[in-house]
Write a protein that binds this ligand. Structure first.
Ligand SMILES: Nc1ncnc2c1ncn2[C@@H]1O[C@H](COP(=O)(O)OP(=O)(O)OP(=O)(O)O)[C@@H](O)[C@H]1O
Ligand SMILES: [Mg+2]
Length: 329
């Protein structure tokens, strides 16, 4: 027998865990496993919130409750779910930016070209990510829960945030340096004029420092093995295995500890012995078993859970509790 650490063992061995992230390629089971983990923790009497960082209303779908844009909604005892309305937050951002521009330049009306620019920037996918990211930090800073489960957007994004933190660090350092130089040269005119030069730079610096502190918060959170666990979801197919391999390399490069992988959607191998099962399905099962060998060989010690392919989509609390029993016993 191997001494594989199951998901439950992992939680028992790491009693200080607080932030749980599920990552992985699209459509493999991040939302399902996030919900099942949240369900189990809540059933253990812990206060849990599950947060979807996905622009699709996936928690609304799995919990069969309309929670989109409604804040933290109680789903069951100790179990809360939060699905933010990123578009609404972006609209609020735009207003904030307009306000800042008005204040900084002492103007009433934002010039049309600038307003057009603000509008087009809002359409950038990075804006939705940034809004989501803000909401994550806000939720964690609230400190109202024992566990925060993050159903992440398809892989890469979390890591991109980290590289963003590093780029911003350099940027802020550069501005601070320029600021110091300007001081040395005694940029009296700018200081006196109040509105221009250094005063504006200070505002910008303030803003960047704030963004940096937010990014650093998550960057530290993701690397803190004592409080944070990052699980990667895959299924026994070729592309997800390749993706997991690449993700592991990226995680290593960014020095993010990966807490484990969960293999989902495994067809029950017993069906191979059943004469009533059509060859079509048996072929798929054999294919999966071949990939399971690869998975055991490559990620063996990291496997924290194996979840069968169920005969229907796991939706609603009853099905979630079923997955939770499979995962946590
Ligand atoms: N073990 C399972 N058995 C049967 N269906 C499953 C299983 N796990 C997930 N599914 C179904 O597969 C689909 C994808 O799962 P899920 O939504 O959890 O993935 P996801 O990784 O969150 O996807 P996305 O990247 O789109 O957010 C859903 O329809 C879900 O109900
Ligand atoms: Mg999802």
């Amino acid at each position: 027998m191997s001494h594989r650490v199951s998901l439950k063992d992992y939680f028992l061995q790491n009693p200080n865990l607080k932030y749980i992230l599920f990552g992985g390629k699209g459509g493999l089971g991040k939302t399902t496993l996030s919900a099942a983990t949240a369900y189990w923790l809540a059933s253990q009497g812990r206060r849990v919130v599950v947060f979807s960082t996905d622009p699709q209303a996936s928690l609304t779908d799995i919990f069969e409750r309309n929670i989109f844009g409604k804040g933290e909604v109680e789903i069951a005892k100790n179990l809360y779910a939060l699905e933010i309305d990123a578009d609404k937050r972006i609209a609020e951002y735009q207003e904030e930016i307009r306000g800042k521009i008005r204040e900084m330049y002492g103007i009433e009306q934002i010039p049309e070209e600038i307003d057009d620019y603000i509008k087009s920037a809002a359409a950038e996918p990075a804006m939705a990510e940034s809004a989501t990211f803000d909401a994550m930090v806000e939720l964690m800073s609230g400190g109202n829960y024992d566990f925060y489960i993050f159903d992440m957007m398809p892989h890469g994004h979390a890591i991109r945030f980290l590289s963003m933190a590093e780029i911003l660090d350099t940027w802020v350092d550069k501005i601070v340096e320029t600021r110091k130089k300007a001081d040395e040269y005694g940029d009296v005119a700018s200081v006196l004029s109040g509105k221009g030069g250094l005063a504006q730079e200070d505002k910008m610096l303030e803003e960047l420092t704030f963004i940096r502190s937010r990014l650093n918060f998550v960057s530290e959170m993701i690397r803190d093995k004592d409080h944070t666990a990052f699980f990667y979801v895959l299924i026994p197919e070729s592309m997800p295995i390749l993706d997991t391999r690449k993700a592991l390399e990226m995680f290593r490069a960014f020095k993010i500890p990966l807490s484990g992988v969960v293999v989902n959607q495994i067809y029950p191998v017993e069906l191979l012995k059943d004469p009533t099962v059509p060859a079509y399905l048996k072929n798929r099962i054999s294919m999966q078993q071949k990939y399971m060998n690869t998975i055991w060989g490559e990620f063996g010690p990291l496997i924290r859970g194996l979840v069968p392919m169920l005969d229907r989509e796991p939706k609603g609390l009853e099905m979630i509790s079923k997955i939770s029993r499979i995962l946590f016993g």
